[in-house]
Design a protein around this ligand. Sequence first.
Ligand code: ADP
Ligand code: MG
Length: 693
Amino acid sequence: MQPDPGLQPLTALPGVGPALRESLARLGMSVLQDLWFHLPLRYEDRTRLVPIADLRNGEPAQVEGVIEAVERSFRGRPQLRVALGDGSQGTLVLRFFHFHGAQLEQLKPGARLRCYGEVRRGQHGLEMVHPQYQRIVGDEPTAVEETLTPVYPTTEGLGQKRIGTLIQHALARLPDEEQLELVPPSLRAGLRLASLRKALLFVHRPPPDADVSQLLLGVHPAQQRLAFEELLSHHLSLKQLRNAVRRQRAPALEGDGALRGQLLRALPYALTKAQRRVGAEIAADLRVSEPMLRLVQGDVGSGKTVVAALAALNAVEAGHQAALMAPTELLAEQHLRTLRAWLEPLGIAVIWLAGKVQGRARKAALAAVADGAGVVVGTHALMQEGVEFRQLGLAIIDEQHRFGVHQRLALRDKGREGERIPHQLVLTATPIPRTLAMTAYADLDVSIIDELPPGRTPVTTVVVSSARRAEVIARIRAACLDGRQVYWVCTLIEETELLQAQAAEVTHVELSAALPGLSIGLVHGRLKPREKSAIMDAFKAGDIAVLVATTVIEVGVDVPNASLMVIENAERLGLAQLHQLRGRVGRGSIASSCVLLYQPPLSQLAKARLNVMRETGDGFRIAEKDLELRGPGEMLGTRQTGRLEFRIADIQRDAALLPSVQRVGEALLAGYPELADRIVARWVGASARYAGA
Ligand code: ADP
Ligand code: MG
C-alpha cells in the first residue's frame, strides 16, 4: 500500500521548527492531515463595509470611518473611547480597556480606521469593545476581503494568521480524491456526498460566490460532507471502544437475591413493570464476565434510583463492592440518604466520599473503601488519587450528561484489577430521540424505563406573563395555607453563580415581604454544602414552605409534598431543562402545577416552545418537539450535545445524516476495519483516542 500522505510529520512543511511544532502539538496536531481537518470554528464576514447607520446590536460587522473624537478616562478602570463616523447617521464608539502608547499615537482624530468586531449597545449608543482594527493610510479605497475569513481554534502563541497560512501550506499537499476518500465507493452509493477534497478546500477557503448564509449556518453541502465523516468517525470510535471493552473481563456477579428480596419487601410500593424489566436486563448483564456497559434512560421520577440500588445489591450479594457517582454534591447527598435508609437496615455499610469529606473523615472513608465496604456514594471525588477499592464490581453513574466519557472511564479504571474491570451502569433522565441516542451512546446498550410509578398526577402547566406576578404570589399563598410546599426557581441568562445567587436573593426578599407568616428558604450554588443540605432538609421536613432556588435543584431532589413550582424567565431555558425542573413536582399523589413565568414580549418560537411544555409531560415527546422546533438558526455556535464535542457536526442539526452514518459505520467495521481506523485517526486523532479502552 502507498504511504498515507496525511501521516507525514508537520515538520515537512516550510517554516515548522521545534517551537511551532510544540504549539501545534498543544492543539493535538502532529501530522499533515491534522491541519487538513483543523476546521474553522466560524467565519468572519469582511467582504463588505457596513455603514454605521445600518449596524445592528449583537451582530459582528466591518466598518470603516474617520476618528471624530478620542477620550481617555482615568476614573475607575482606565479606558480609551474613540468615536468613529462614516458619513452615515450616527457614530460608533470603540472602547479599549487595554492600550499602549503606540495605539494612542495611531488613534488620533482624523485617522481613518477599518474595524471588525461585535456591535453592542452601550450607554451612549452602539459600540465595539476591543475591535480588531487597521489604519488606512492615503485616500485610495482599499479592497475588502473577497472571501469569508475562517477563524480557527488556536492556542497561545499561535495567531490566526499563522495557523491560516500553515493550513494553506498543508492544503497544497492534499492528495487526489481517490487517495483522500476512505469510504469505499460501494458504501457511498446513493448518499450524494460531495467530494471530500473539494469540501476541505471549500471550508478552508470559501470562494467569493459561496452562499454566505448557508456557510454561516453550517448547512452547505461541503460542510455536510465533512459533518458526515466526523459523525462517522465518532460512531466508529465509540463502537471500537465498545468492542474493546467486550474483549475485557469483568467479575461475573451472580447474587442469590437474598438482599434484593429484603429490600423489595421493605419498600412501600411494588416495582413497575418497566423497573422489573430493566432490573432483569441488568442482572443478566452482571451474571456474565463480559463487562456490562448499559445506559438506563428513564424520565424524571420514573424510579431509576431503586433500580440502581438493586443492581448494587446484586454486586454485594456476589461479594463485590458497588460505587455510585453523581455530578453534584446535592444529588450525591440525596442518593446517600436514600441508600442509607434502604441498605443500612440490611447490614450494608454505605460510605460517603465527596470533595468536602476531608481529614480524619476522609481517611476513615478511604480505609472503609479499601477494606471492602459494600456501597460507596460520592461525587467525582470518587475518582481522585488515593481512592482504592478492595473489589469494585459495579460502577454506577447518575445523570450521565454531566460527565464526559473520560470521567466514566476513569471510574472504571479505579476498579481495574489487571485485566478485570467493573461493570458499568449509567443512569440518565435526558430523553434523547432514538436516532441521536444511537450515535451519542453508540458504546452503550440502552434500557428504557418507559413507565412512571402509578398514582402520579400529571403536572398541570400554565404559561403566565411576569406582568401577572402578583396573582402568582397569591396562588402560592393559597397553596401554602393548604399545607403544600412551593418551589420558586430563579433563572438568569448570565450563567455565573454569583449573579444567579444575587437574583435569587432579591426574589427571596421580595417573597418574604409579600408572604408574611410563611417561612421562605433560599438555596443557591454559592452556599456551603452544609448550608445547602440544612436548607434542603428543612424543606423536606416541611419547615420551609417556599423554597427560592437557582437551577441547582434541577436534578434529583425529591420532596413529594411540593406541589407547585414557579419558574421565572422560563423562555430562556431549554425544554430539556424545564422538563427536569418540572419533574421536581408531581412526585406525590397531590395534584401539582407548574407556572412558567415569562418576560413579554414572547417571540413566536418561544411561544411554541412553552406551549410544548404545556401540552405534554412526556420527556421523549418534549425532546422530539424541541428538535423539530429549533431551526438551524437557534443552533448557531452550539456544536455540542451532552458529552460529544464536534469540530463541524452538530448532532441535532445534522440528525438527518445519522441513519446513513450508522449504516456505513457498521459496514466499515464489518468489512474494512483498517479504513475505519484511518477515519477515526483523522478526526478523533491519535492523542484523543480513549486510552486503555
Ligand atoms: P428518578 O428516575 O427521577 O431518579 P427516583 O428514583 O428519584 O426517580 O424516584 C422518584 C420517586 O418515586 C421516589 O420517591 C421513589 O421512591 C418513588 N418510586 C420509585 N419507584 C416507585 C414505584 N414503583 N412505585 C411508587 N413509587 C416509586
Ligand atoms: Mg434520579
